[in-house]
Write a protein that binds this ligand. Sequence first.
Ligand code: BES
Ligand code: MN
Ligand code: MN
Length: 463
Amino acid sequence: MTSPIEYARANAERFRQDLHALLRIPSVSATPELAGEVRRAGQWLVDEMTRIGFPSVELVETAGHPIVYGEWLTAGADAPTILLYGHYDVQPADRVKDNWDSEPFEPIEKDGKIIARGSTDDKGPVVAHLKAIESIIQTTGALPVNLKVIFEGEEEVSSLHLGAFVSANLDRLKADACLISDTSIYAPDIPSIVYSLRGLVYMELHVQGPKDDLHSGVYGGTVHNPAQALAEIITQLHNPDGSVAVSGFYDEVQPLSDEERAALAKVPWRKADWAMGTGLELPWGEAQYSLRERVGARPTLEINGMASGFYGEGAKTVLPAKAMAKISCRLVADQDPRRIYERVRDFVASITPATVKSEVRLLHTGDAALVDRHSQPVQAAVQAYKAGWGGAEPVFVREGGSIPIVANFQRDLGIPVVLMGFGLDTDGAHGPNEHFHVERYHKGIETIIHFYSAYADLFAAGR
Ligand code: BES
Ligand code: MN
Ligand code: MN
């Protein structure tokens, strides 16, 4: 009899072709015109799960993009139930504007990489899960765990409707653990379990000057230019030492313990990796914290974009009427995104010159999450990585990115979460030439296969 691992290896080529099929669907959740494509990607997953044998799977409608929900609950009452979560929506991608070397939605394989938008975030890991499940079913005929599966189509737009689905289905979603593959590993040969994700609050800062655009010769020198006023406001949002100047910004931030700092120092962000990921030589930020601590345990405020006046070709002597900046804060555990929004709003109001008007609008929020490093499913993930990664011991890291629904799962369902990812920080998620290494796709599939049996065994032993 073949084992699940042998089956996965024998079917490796087809497993990649199937991933390519999903990558060809431009399921960009942020682009209203592509809503039909997001739905098509969701339906692709429903069809694939049906083909694998899921006894129940459906496309659940929301006020936004649909949720894929499936159940496979045949392992019996003594086996654990896992809630598997992933997302099938992707970030926008434009070959020309964003400087891709190939079409973002025409996957190619080159130098051992699958190159396409969504390959590492998060379609590659999502399909890896389905392939692991297929491999187990095809060879053993049964899953060692009960499965509830949520694949959402709105993660990249802050999980707008999933929170309501979770709170409306508490009984139905009851599980012993939540498994998510949507984070990075530390290095190709060092897998990692993520135990902290940052939260997010996304805002727009609007500055209004004169009622209309003006002739800069007629009025220049008498009117406070809103683009300049915006710049003046923005420069006051940080202190010279790189910290955020907004009053009360750090009030709820928990300091790192000496023990945790020592543990984090063992998994530093290697300067060379940081330089490779950014193309820069010199880091910036709060000097008293290491690079890893800055993204993992410190909140930030970023300017995501600015717009004002004339930026076409040639010259236009205009004095613009308004200016705008997109601003977001990454938050750490215990910082309430709404409260941070209010503090930014009030601080901006307090530093806005009397010569212009400003307004800070809230776009969306997501909570930060801290994960228990000692839970039983996390122990199973340690074992699974070791088995799937040639004996490598996984390290525990804090990540700077956000997966807003994690906090909902913890709070509403009260279950431990495992963040067991397979991609690398340098895979180009959200950027051009996003890729997922073929090797990590297949190692991911095998690691997931090991996870299910390791968790089923630990769960049985603990009863
Ligand atoms: N997979 C990422 C989250 C992530 C990135 C975790 C890096 C760990 C390391 C996810 O798809 C993502 O991009 N989330 C958004 C959430 C936002 C739109 C609310 C993010 O972090 O910007
Ligand atoms: Mn993701
Ligand atoms: Mn993402």
